[in-house]
Design a protein around this ligand. Structure first.
Ligand code: C2E
Ligand code: MG
Ligand code: MG
Ligand code: MG
Length: 294
């Protein structure tokens, strides 16, 4: 942009802009170190059945705890990681770590039968033809079936020149891995993407969930997304559910999977196991008292 503005280019780098560029460079340097020093870790947020609140899966969400600055949001550093290519290492870490964690839970007897992990994929990973092999290797090493893993992709990745992306997505579906469209409704939302790409799940963006029970427009949008997804045999997950009113509206709309602070924020693996997995284990161990028969 600076170039196309010719002589005006100096003006483009005003004080505010310089600050931003500098901050980005700082984040990049710090992120590079963070990757080397293992300061990145995964948190897990339950994906639940809204009727019972039981976790059927989890979304892996990356966290960065900077030794001096404290937690830095992925909203800040993931774009920097994408621009600099650091996302390759980070993406590999997230995949490996989330599979390793599921295997650990399985070995501890904590992993429910159909529990799965949903992992965010970056645009760069989805143009990488080695992704399929990386996932296949990970599943084999940790002895996990492909249905244990879902990759989340954003709509923007599906837009534009996408033959490479389509190839990669098809190869992942060929493995049997699930594919979710994340933040659905915020991007292009061309309905044709859903039938053209081999996706299995639609994640309704929090923007539409927030207004449920208050804004009839949002309810109409969610209703339409559910109808369309059902017709295409896709699963629907509502994101960002914070209130019981939103939950009840989603149940009324036949949404069978939800995610949101109402059931739990993203937490470290031990807290996740304690809050969301041990309860399931206790429930399955519980046997109903014998009925008195006359
Ligand atoms: P996302 O994939 O759409 O993840 C959902 C975001 O909403 C998460 O923010 C989550 O903590 C937040 N959230 C969940 N429930 C609620 C709720 O009830 N209310 C509100 N207000 N927020 C809720 P987070 O963890 O800060 O992640 C932000 C974004 O960063 C993610 O959006 C995703 O695009 C990206 N991201 C996170 N981890 C990774 C990763 O491992 N790889 C890649 N490529 N991107 C990641
Ligand atoms: Mg996501
Ligand atoms: Mg999302
Ligand atoms: Mg998002």
């Amino acid at each position: 942009r600076a170039k196309s503005e010719g002589r005006g280019r100096i003006k483009v780098f005003d004080a505010g802009m310089r600050q931003t560029v500098r901050e980005r460079v700082e984040i990049e340097l710090a992120l590079r170190q963070a990757v080397q020093r293992n300061q990145l870790w995964l948190s897990y947020q339950p994906i639940v059945d809204p009727l019972t609140g039981r976790a059927g899966g989890a979304e892996a969400l990356i966290r960065w705890t900077h030794p001096e600055r404290g937690p830095i949001s992925p909203v800040e550093f993931i774009p920097v990681a994408e621009e600099t290519g650091l996302i390759d290492q980070i993406g590999t870490f997230v995949l490996e770590e989330s599979l390793r964690q599921m295997a650990l839970w399985r070995d501890e007897g904590l992993l429910p039968e159909r529990f799965y992990m949903s992992v965010n994929a970056s645009a760069r990973q989805l143009r990488d033809h080695t992704l399929r092999g990386q996932i296949a290797d990970g599943l084999r090493v940790y002895r996990l079936g492909p249905e244990r893993l879902t990759m989340e992709i954003t709509e923007s990745i599906l837009v534009g020149d996408s033959t490479q992306v389509v190839d990669v997505l098809n190869s992942l579906r060929g493995l049997g891995v699930g594919l979710s469209v994340d933040d659905f409704g915020t991007g292009y939302s061309s309905l044709s993407y859903l039938s053209r790409f081999p996706v299995t799940t639609v994640k309704v963006d929090r923007a539409f969930v927030t207004g449920l029970g208050v804004d009839p427009g949002d309810e109409a949008i969610v209703r339409a997304i559910v109808a369309m997804s059902t017709a295409l045999h896709l699963n629907v997950i509502a994101e960002g559910v914070e209130t019981t009113a939103q939950r009840d509206a989603l149940i009324a709309l036949d949404v069978s999977r939800c995610q949101g602070w109402l059931w739990g924020k993203a937490v470290a693996h031990d807290e996740f196991a304690e809050k969301h997995l041990r309860v399931l284990q206790d429930e399955s161990a519980w046997t109903p008292p014998l009925q008195q028969t006359a």
